[in-house]
Design a protein around this ligand. Sequence first.
Ligand SMILES: [Zn+2]
Ligand SMILES: [Zn+2]
Length: 266
Amino acid sequence: MVDKLVNSEANARRIQMVESCFGSSGQPLQVPGRVLVGEGVLTKMCRKKPKARQFFLFNDILVYGNILIQKKKYTKQHIIPLEEVKLRPMEDEGALKNGWLICTASKSFAVYAATDTEKQEWMAHISKCIEDLIKKSGKKPAAEHAAVWVPDSAASICMHCKKTQFTTFNRRHHCRKCGSVVCGPCSNRKFLLPSQSNKPLRVCNACYNTLSRQRAGDLPSSSTAEVGDEGEGSSGEEDSDDEWDSPAQKYNQRPQVPTFYRDGEI
Ligand SMILES: [Zn+2]
Ligand SMILES: [Zn+2]
């Protein structure tokens, strides 16, 4: 049981190990009451393609990062508070099997386990942690979840105008509201989506119109902005953990099975 692990030496040692694997690139993870519930490699659907990421499930947060050296060095740490998380199972689709969605207020994405058993295990453990956390802390689950981004490869033409062909020069953009891949002219305005950012974010024209209608009467001038050339870099256009992979990942074709530390029933 998680409660039994709270003050255990083994738990403290494991958390310290995770912290040292991220080194100075990560946040301190040793917090009173925190328990490392499980860890393992999942394939995360990134903007360009699926990539192996190391995941750590704690009783209050979900942490993941890029794998530099398996079990030794991780980078690009992401921390998701569990009260924000909502899981949604996905059907198998071609080569993409055993997947589910991890939806959070600021970002939602798909992950895939190696087998159906591992998928069920992960989902059950994560759900149980969320449930316990909300019960224990009284924290409010997030009401709104960010859209899952359509992968670049799934759209060769703009999903809004259905005309623009994407090329090196005609770049793909993502609507932060619906996750569609759209061309520049079809997403040249921004809208404030407070659950995702305190800055207005790029949205497609369809979402812009819907959001504007919903907000009518709500000071539209302060919640919207044109997408300018100089605004491009600051709008979080790139998926931040998406850029590169270490060669080591190529050798990790067969990831280890996940380890869950709590015994007994889940
Ligand atoms: Zn378009
Ligand atoms: Zn949209």
